[in-house]
Ligand binder design. Structure first.
Ligand SMILES: Cc1ncc(COP(=O)(O)O)c(C=O)c1O
Length: 281
């Protein structure tokens, strides 16, 4: 049985229990992170912990663990599961257990939970052929840079994509691309790569950072710039990035081919740079 961590204890996942009064359960009052571990090594751990700190700051919740404590807990969790297999570590911090009230409780300990599961990578066929997406209006709140556990809008948007037989929803706010329901978005036009700049409208993806770094250090043209709906629709290439998808080409948007309907040349370059980067770790 998968081992998990709950409030200072390592235990089997099916033994982990929380109160029904937990504010994460009742109010969605908490934040989370997803961190890949490759061959037992947590990928960009410090960046994930920094983003966690920013999310906690965003919801005015004190970080219950120090960086060292987080590193220790998460590494132990990876080691107790199968470190040979690539894993995806999920952690969440909620504002704890208290009588139900929207206002913050006083002197309540945060609930800290983490679990680790094998990464479910896209299949080689999906990687080679790319995925389909639709555009939808971004109807989420205005603080999407916080990795909040309250994901109902993302859930509904992603399900709308699934109901329409595609893999992801690419979101538009005021005519501009923000991100995917569970990914960041890049477009390529005339060999120039573009991704929306960081703002409260989108999550500062760790994979997005890796793509920016790899592109810049390999002399690819990459900019952080607003992307209009028209620019998205006429792009030569569209990519999605996330910790578990890595960089995936979108080859069909709103039932129309993107470029020639196959992952493009620039995607091939970035994808092999990503692979080489991972292997070097
Ligand atoms: C809304 C959203 N944007 C972007 C991302 C990508 O972030 P990362 O690259 O850190 O996984 C995710 C990841 O799940 C996400 O849920």
């Amino acid at each position: 049985m998968t081992q998990c961590y709950l409030n200072g204890e390592f235990l089997a996942l099916d033994q982990a229990k929380i109160s029904v009064l937990d504010r994460g359960f009742l109010l969605g009052d908490g934040v989370y992170e997803v961190i890949p571990a490759y061959h037992g090594k947590l990928f960009r751990l410090q960046d994930h912990l920094k983003r966690l700190q920013n999310s906690l700051h965003g919801i005015r919740l004190k970080n219950p663990l120090s960086t060292e404590q987080w590193s220790d807990v998460l590494q132990k969790l990876v080691n107790q599961n199968n470190p040979e297999e690539d894993q995806s570590v999920y952690l969440q911090v909620t504002r704890g257990v208290a009588k139900r009230d929207h206002a913050f409780p006083e002197n309540t300990a945060a609930t800290v939970f983490a679990m680790s599961n094998p990464i479910k990578y896209p299949t080689p066929d999906v990687i080679q052929n790319g995925v389909a997406a639709i555009t939808l209006q971004d109807n989420r709140w205005l603080r999407c840079h916080i990795k909040a556990i309250a994901l109902l809008p993302n859930v509904l948007l992603r399900q709308q994509a699934v109901d329409e037989g595609v893999d992801e929803a690419i979101l538009l706010r005021d005519g501009l691309v923000t991100e995917g329901a569970a990914s960041n978005v890049f477009v390529v036009k005339n060999n120039t790569i573009c991704t929306p700049p960081q703002s409260p409208d989108l999550l500062p993806g760790i994979t997005r950072d890796v793509v920016l770094e790899l592109a810049r250090s390999n002399d690819l043209y990459i900019h952080e710039c607003p992307i209009s709906e028209a620019e998205l629709i006429t792009a030569d290439e569209i990519w999605l990035s996330s910790s578990t998808k890595e960089v995936l080409a979108v080859t069909e948007l709103n039932k129309k081919k993107v470029g020639d309907g196959k992952p493009g040349a620039v995607w091939k370059t970035i994808s092999s740079l990503y692979k080489a980067y991972k292997e070097k770790l």
